[in-house]
Design a protein around this ligand. Sequence first.
Ligand SMILES: [Zn+2]
Length: 461
Amino acid sequence: MRSEKKSRKFWFIAILCLIIVLPAGWYLWSRLEKEKPTLNMNLLSPHLGQSQVFSLVVSDAKSGLRRLWVGLLKNGQEAVLHDEKFPSAGFFKGGKVHETSVKIQLAPEVLGFSDGDAILRTVISDYSWRGWWKGNITYTEKNVKIDTRPPEIEVLSRAHNISQGGAGLVIFRASETCSKSGVQVGDHFYPGHAGFFKDSNVYLAFIALGYQQGTDTAISLKVTDLAGNEATGGLNYHLRKKSFRQDRLNIRDSFLKQKMPYFSSQIPQDSTLSLVDKFLKVNRDLREANYQTIADVCHDTDAKIHWQDDFLRLPKSATRAKFADHRVYIYKGREIDRQVHMGVDLASVARSPIPAANTGIVIFAEFLGIYGKTVILDHGFGLFSMYAHLSNIGVKVGDQLSKGDILGRTGLTGLAGGDHLHFSVLIHDTFVNPVEWWDMKWIQHNVLSKIEQAGSEIKRE
Ligand SMILES: [Zn+2]
């Protein structure tokens, strides 16, 4: 009888434990969870400019968010950027909000901060019962730099004389590190490249005046610092008019019959098109598409000047067409098209070996539409040379060539009527007159003397 009573008591306690104590313990344990809230901040740069917007994503999966505080601090000065308390779902239930995103507009100057080092502090807490109901706390500090002033620009190179279709060099210094710098020539931007001089804020920018840009084209310096502050500066320049030739090209059926089958895979297939209409598609659309490829290839450049002195011209060759010849295409006595020739055509004996015009790296070596088999060399700092209509390519992308190394042989691939070399020079994506780069005097006057003079000016300081 007694033992029956005892066993009943045991079972009563056991069931009480199962129903009340264990779940209560489990619940208490869950409310004491120690998982901290998470923060994801997308501040683009630690350099704070005049004004920027950044966003925060904060979350707390278990207990829910209690409070988010964001502030900017500098030498004891503090500004609250955001302070938000999130609702509770009840004492036993934790927070209602488990994830939220906040956008913050930050204009340090408006808040009374001066330029200099500062701290962006974030404090996030949750509804856990840890820390005597204070919750888990995520505390982050990010070092930032307030910089609301635009950089100053100093031009180190003097008199810039540039011809239509010609090139030039501008050397300048920014007062601070820049994320973007260069020279705006009309609607075209030429990036500056650091690394030539020890001072990493001194930039060299090779620039070009397109053959079609007028002598009234505006040229200015443009720089943007790490905080996004922009500055524009003027420079001394003189633009020279240059006249280009007109050239009439007779397109014969024999040429079209020989050439158009080559292009059938590169233009939309349409058997109803006549030979001359196929030619027009090649001469217009394919020419444009090929130019886009060249522009893309010549976007990135090595941050080093590889070349030295004047560029080599195909030995013992005659000039057949000049840079920026304005070509009129005649078919059966009538004008069918107009295009501008963006290089120099040089003819020698068939399959002549082609020397690299100067030291550089092969960045393109394959068939390219109207240009046929083509090689492009990067000479560094945005200067490129291009060799087209080759019968044979003897180099591959990545090869480092010295001035004079043979890169292939002349031919008539692409839209060439006879064996010749089509030679082009580019400043990034602008074709320029190769004649300037064959001329040591021009290089001395427009490039080398500018580098020397800027160098001696830097030394004198
Ligand atoms: Zn040509």
